[in-house]
Every structure is written in C-alpha cells, then in structure tokens.
Design a protein around this ligand. Structure first.
Ligand code: GAR
Length: 208
C-alpha cells in the first residue's frame, strides 16, 4: 500500500479521519508515520494508540526556520512516503522542505481558498457577511495555504452563526473531503501537471 506521512500540530482529527478511511478500505493507503512539531500534540497519542510510528521535530530547537525545514525534510524522507499530508500542521514551510516534495504534498485549510489563508478563517467569513464558509484541499506550493486546489466543500453560514459552530460543521466536511482527495492522488486519478491538477485527465470541476 502507498505510505502516507501525516504532519500535525494539534488535535489530529483529520489524521484520524484518514486513519479510519485507511482502516475501512475507503482509502487505499496506510499511514506509515505521524510527525509533529509539538510534543504535546493530541494526535500523537491517537497515532501511538494505533501502533503508528510517530516523531517530534520541535521547531523551537532550531535557530532558523531553514534549519527546521531541513531537519523536518530529513525526518519525513526517512519515513519514505508516497504522499505527505499536512493535517493541521501550523508552521509555514520553506523551499528547503518544499523542494523535496513537489507534487506530493497536500494541505487542508478551513476556508474557501483563495479567501482567508492564515488564521481565524471562520470569523473572517462571518464578519465579511459571506453566505458560505468551507474548506479546501490543495497541493502545497510556496505560499501560506496556497497552491492548486483539488477539492472544496461549502457550508452555508446562517444569520445567527458563530465561528465555533461553523468550524465544527466545516470540520465534519474536512473529514470527508480529505480522504477523498488523498484517495484520488494515491490511485493516480490526479495529475499534478506542473501545478494545474487534473482529475482523470480533465480539469477539475469549478467549486467554491
Ligand atoms: C483543521 O480545521 C485544518 O483545516 C486547520 O487546522 C485544523 C486542524 O484540526 N488547518 C489550518 O488552519 C492550516 N492553515 P485537526 O488537528 O483536528 O485535524
């Protein structure tokens, strides 16, 4: 089975959704390794409970961002992944990391990108009077929460909505679109195509 290395910084519910999909057979892959930049990430315990190899590469122990990127790349390469999956990994990655994983690095972000990269996405959508929030799975290139989108899920914003309630509803959608996007990748249905992903050789349908 194709091996996934999942990078997390916290709770790890998306990692768990990927794990469930692997276990149910909905995702034809296995999680070979879970790596966190924080030793206290809750998702590490979940991974260990499932006998998945874990590692911590603490960003605080490196003098520069570039030193961290190099160390993280080395640890990820050691896990020998077919695809690297960012699942709530909250560090910006630079070229010393990205150059190793061109076309095999995915991220999920809780907004309808290109809207609201960064933090507080749901509050920003509500404050702007948007009718929908959502989440995006994309191949990761240079920019923060940037790169060619693969799939988006939309969630309506109600008149009395709040960021926590919206985040919880969007998170459920994240848990279904992330395994789907990863499945498309590992079964060869996505063509990275130098940064314009195709699904079964066709442009991806318009989403958002
Ligand atoms: C998820 O909502 C994910 O989309 C977001 O962090 C959360 C992690 O939750 N990622 C980003 O904001 C990336 N910029 P999880 O640890 O339970 O999967």
């Amino acid at each position: 089975l194709p091996r996934l290395t999942v990078l997390i910084s916290g709770r790890g519910s998306n990692m768990e959704a990927l794990l469930s999909a692997c276990n149910s057979g909905a995702l034809s892959a296995e999680i070979g390794c879970v790596i966190s930049n924080r030793a206290d990430a809750g998702g590490l315990k979940t991974a260990r409970d499932h006998d998945i190899e874990t590692a911590v590469v603490p960003h605080t122990e490196f003098p520069t961002r570039d030193d961290f990127d190099r160390a993280l790349a080395a640890r990820v390469l050691q896990s020998d992944p077919e695809l690297v999956v960012l699942a709530g990994f909250m560090r910006i990655l630079g070229v010393s990391f990205l150059d190793h994983f061109d076309g095999r690095l995915m991220n999920i972000h809780p907004s309808l990108l290109p809207k609201y990269p960064g933090l507080n996405t749901h509050q920003r959508a509500i404050d702007n009077g948007d009718r929908h929030g959502g989440a995006t799975v994309h191949y990761t290139t240079g920019e923060l929460d940037g790169g060619p989108p693969i799939i988006q899920a939309r969630e309506p914003i109600g008149p009395d909505d709040n960021a926590d309630a919206l985040a919880a509803r969007v998170l459920r959608l994240e848990h279904s679109i992330y395994p789907l996007a990863v499945q498309w990748h590992v079964t060869g249905r996505l063509d990275y195509n130098g940064g314009e992903p195709l699904l079964d050789g066709e442009p991806l349908p318009e989403t958002g």
